[in-house]
Design a protein around this ligand. Structure first.
Ligand code: ADP
Length: 511
């Protein structure tokens, strides 16, 4: 049996998963690592801990392979794929591989004032035109500028070519290809793939190149940037000293783009929604980068081998998805485990006109209102915990319905169905609500590890492990399909009631 190993480096844990030729996970290993909160609104990771936890899971997985029926890892591993938490920013020394500071995590808000200043200077439209992104602290560009400004000597050293910037994909590849080993650091590759590069605010997504005007705007020296490589293609091999053999690294993509690939959304108009901590919906728009009029992001989905034209996607982000259920558990104590919410919500037929707008951290797509706050509205003396649990579940589906509507409006494509994945897609009631609020079927696959699987697919297409996209599409298997059960008028009145509740949550924290 031959396998591909995906390294799935997430926000709270590092995982390694082995997939066989049928796309089935055959072994996995996971390790959590520290979240560092130095000040309110700041979130950091220790880049060395990210690397050591990732390497530990990879080594642990390789030890488990015989149990999965793989006798000789030496011959069985076709290639390694990488998928990662996006936008998180690492800065390290090229000669030693040592980080010069903690990594700044995508959730970190410290550069919001920089974004406000650029917006005031009228730069948002230019930035959106070139990068497809909304000017927000979420992305890497202002985080990198912050590190260069606040680490003594860093800007000069970056200009001299002594420092490397990278998102987590770059950081892992640098270490995998020799950066971890003083005897091999000179061989280490400094690269990133097109999907990760498109989240930095520094890449022109239409040319696929770093953009001088943007570099000037964010004050970033070109010498610090990695080389942009395709998402599917062999970029190099792992340092032999690391795993006892050289293994090709053949696939790289940011987590949400990888999940879209893992859901086999290969044709324009196909879309997926991931229900994790937040919800991320991506729709393939083919080779055209569709500019959003509805506050969606335009992003590179993936770039094939030999510089084939990139596939683009529209993306919408909901900050509080499954995290809303965590709040029911940890904030309110209504349930003791996330999965209990389904049974509790099912004890009532409806929410009794109660709405929860979980704007605990502001609202993302399509509102981008950092000042919105959580709102629970419509309660009477008859309201009890089950109504609130049901309203919380509905809020996940209703926020996603708003993103879906923005996608329809921007693309002009009537989406026929939505593929789903992520931890909360196990909730059948939530999936039924989603089909009802969208008015199209919701389809859940058998393998919901779509992020790691998508990266494996990108690697396997580059090495010939899989023949083509058709072979992969044929592997995609449905677990369950949820058909919409509301009439169009019931759906519209639900959505308009929800939008009224959203309006009341907005701009609450403005001072
Ligand atoms: P992430 O990758 O963002 O850490 P996961 O895909 O592992 O997230 O999903 C975990 C999230 O899903 C948690 O926020 C949890 O509250 C939520 N969740 C898990 N199971 C259920 C369930 N049965 N119903 C609703 N939410 C759930």
């Amino acid at each position: 049996m031959s396998i591909i190993i995906s390294l799935d480096q997430g926000t709270t844990s590092s995982r390694s998963i082995a997939f066989d030729h049928s796309g089935t996970p055959v072994a996995s290993s996971q390790q959590e690592f520290r979240q560092i909160f130095p000040q309110p609104g700041w979130v950091e990771h220790d880049a060395l801990e990210i690397w050591s936890s990732q390497l530990a899971t990879l080594r642990n997985l390789m030890q488990k392979l015989p149990l999965a029926g793989i006798k000789s890892a030496q011959h069985a591993i076709n290639s390694i794929a990488i998928t990662n938490q996006r936008e998180t920013t690492v800065l390290w020394e090229r000669a030693t591989g040592k980080p010069v500071a903690n990594a700044i995590v995508w959730q970190d808000r410290r550069t919001a004032p920089t974004c406000d200043a650029l917006r005031k200077a009228g730069k948002a439209a230019l930035i959106q035109r070139k990068t497809g992104l909304v000017l927000d602290a979420y992305f890497s560009g202002t985080k990198l500028a912050w590190l260069l400004d606040h680490t003594p000597g860093a800007r000069q050293r970056a200009e001299n070519g002594e420092l490397c910037f990278g998102t987590i994909d770059s950081w892992l590849i640098f270490n995998l290809t020799g950066g971890h080993n003083p005897a091999a650091t000179h061989k280490a590759l400094h690269v990133t793939d097109a999907s990760n590069a498109s989240r930095t605010l520094l890449l022109n997504i239409h040319t696929g190149q770093w953009d001088d005007e943007l570099l000037k705007l964010f004050d970033i020296p070109r010498a610090v940037l990695p080389r942009v490589v395709p998402s599917s293609g062999v970029v190099g091999v792992t340092d032999a000293a690391l795993l006892g053999q050289e293994i090709p690294i053949a696939g790289i993509a940011g987590d949400q783009q990888a999940a879209t690939f893992g859901q086999a959304c290969f044709s324009p108009g196909m879309a997926k929604n991931t229900y994790g901590t937040g919800c991320f919906m991506l729709m393939n728009t083919g080779t055209s980068a569709v500019a959003s009029k509805n506050q969606l992001l335009t992003t590179i989905g993936w770039q094939g081998p030999a510089n084939a034209r990139a596939a683009y996607a529209l993306e919408g982000s909901v900050f509080m998805g499954g995290a809303t259920i965590q709040w029911l558990r940890d904030g309110l104590g209504l349930i003791s485990q996330a999965a209990e919410v389904e049974a509790l919500a099912n004890t009532v037929a409806d929410t009794g006109d109660v709405y929860l707008v979980p704007a605990f951290a502001g609202l993302g797509t399509p509102h981008w209102d950092s000042y919105a706050r959580g709102t629970l509205i419509g309660m009477t003396r008859g309201t009890h915990r089950a109504h609130i649990a049901r309203a919380a579940l509905e809020s996940i589906a209703l926020q996603s319905a708003d993103v879906f509507e923005a996608m329809r409006a921007d693309s002009g494509i009537a989406l026929k169905e939505l593929r789903v994945d992520g931890g909360a897609c196990a909730n059948n009631l939530l999936m039924q609500m989603q089909a009802d609020f969208l008015g199209v079927p919701v389809v859940r696959p058998k393998v919901t590890e779509t992020t790691a699987l998508g990266a494996a697919y990108l690697a396997g297409l580059a090495t010939g492990f899989w023949k083509d996209a058709g072979e992969i599409s044929a592997q995609w298997q449905m677990d369950r399909r949820f058909e919409p059960q509301l009439s169009a008028s019931q759906r519209h009145s639900k959505l308009s009631r929800w939008r009224e509740a959203v309006q009341r949550s907005k701009r609450w924290a403005m001072v």
